[in-house]
Design a protein around this ligand. Structure first.
Ligand code: CP
Ligand code: NVA
Length: 326
């Protein structure tokens, strides 16, 4: 069974950044996700979103985010509609405010995957329903929820754990910094010079870490970051939208590949995480991705459970969980 905590208090709220949550809210959300995971495994129905609907807008490709939000809504008794951007053509066929003011009349929440983070902020400003960040060029908070649940499951707790992120200081890394800071982890990042995490994100994450007993260090040496780490994490060298930089990035990042040698300096019990999709032979070798320390498919599964918790928290609130005795 999972630990009981106070509520998430997220009813009606947008979820654009993990930094909008307090440590207690985040812990509660992870506890709710673990509860939903148990119910799903036991075959206990949990139609907490019966009659409610989610619109999903994707400016970029997706396997995990699209499938887990859609299946999650179904398991919760609700409905998800994929807006398919070739039809919506956000900002081209119709303005962002107009799209937002239509959607709020039909659906109960909107999840969007976008290029510019400002698109999410504009949608949230105009739509009087919760808007959920399904990835922007700045952050990927839904991914970080799944990452944290996965680490907690495998290592038992988060506070004080040593996490090394090796690679591009982009959206996934930025949200992981917030996640690590909120849960009191000790996070070390190693990125090539010029590819470090966003300055504003880093500043905010460091403030949160100081408040919560965690720490964040940014450097350029992968071996130094990974030494003794209990979690080793990497992401694509060429994120969606950066394809024009692919050749240059493959050169710059060549020494940032997570391979057996790199894993050998981590703690013996270290787990390997990757948000996926993986580019085998680039940021990670087959041997690590398919090896005994890899928990990437547990991590992918946890996208489902953590997002279900988020959907219930934002669309129905904490009272919904009380109905089923959570
Ligand atoms: N990790 C992740 O967000 O996967 P997708 O891009 O497939 O949604
Ligand atoms: N950083 C990657 C994450 C994909 C889930 C990208 O933005 O393409």
């Amino acid at each position: 069974m999972t630990t009981q905590t106070a509520g998430t208090d997220l009813l009606g709220r947008d979820f654009l950044s993990l930094a909008d949550l307090s440590p207690d809210q985040l812990r509660c959300l992870l506890d709710r996700a673990a509860q939903l995971k148990e119910w799903q495994a036991e075959g206990q129905p949990h139609p907490l979103l019966s009659g409610l609907s989610l619109a999903m807008l994707f400016e970029k490709a997706s396997l995990r985010t699209r499938t887990t939000f859609m299946v999650g809504m179904s398991q919760l008794g609700g409905f998800a509609v994929d807006l398919m951007n070739e039809h919506t053509q956000i900002g081209v066929r119709e303005s962002i405010p107009d799209i937002a003011r239509n959607l709020e009349r039909w659906v109960d929440a909107l999840m969007a995957r976008v290029y510019a983070h400002s698109t999410l902020e504009e949608l949230a400003a105009w739509a009087d329903i919760p808007v959920i960040n399904g990835l922007s060029d700045l952050t990927h908070p839904c991914q970080a929820l799944a990452d944290l649940l996965t680490v907690r499951e495998h290592l038992g707790n988060l506070a004080g754990r040593r996490l090394a992120y090796v690679g591009d200081g982009f959206n996934v890394c930025n949200s992981l910094l917030f996640g690590g800071a909120l849960t009191g982890m000790n996070v070390r990042v190693a990125s090539p010079v010029g590819y470090e995490p966003d300055d504003d994100i880093l500043e905010r994450a460091q403030e949160i870490a100081e408040d919560g007993g965690g720490s964040i260090e940014i450097g350029n040496d992968p071996a130094a970051a990974v030494e003794g780490a209990e979690v080793v994490y990497t992401d694509a060298w060429v994120s969606m939208g950066l394809e024009d930089e692919a050749a240059q990035r493959r050169e710059v990042f060549a020494s940032y590949r997570v391979d057996d040698d790199m894993m050998s300096v981590a703690a013996p019990n270290a787990v390997f995480l990757h948000c996926l999709p993986a580019h085998r032979g680039e940021e990670v070798t087959d041997a690590v991705l398919d090896g005994p320390q890899s928990v990437v498919f547990d991590q992918a599964e946890n996208r489902l459970h953590t997002q279900k918790a988020l959907l219930v928290a934002t669309m129905r609130g904490d009272a919904a969980f009380d109905e089923l005795g959570a």
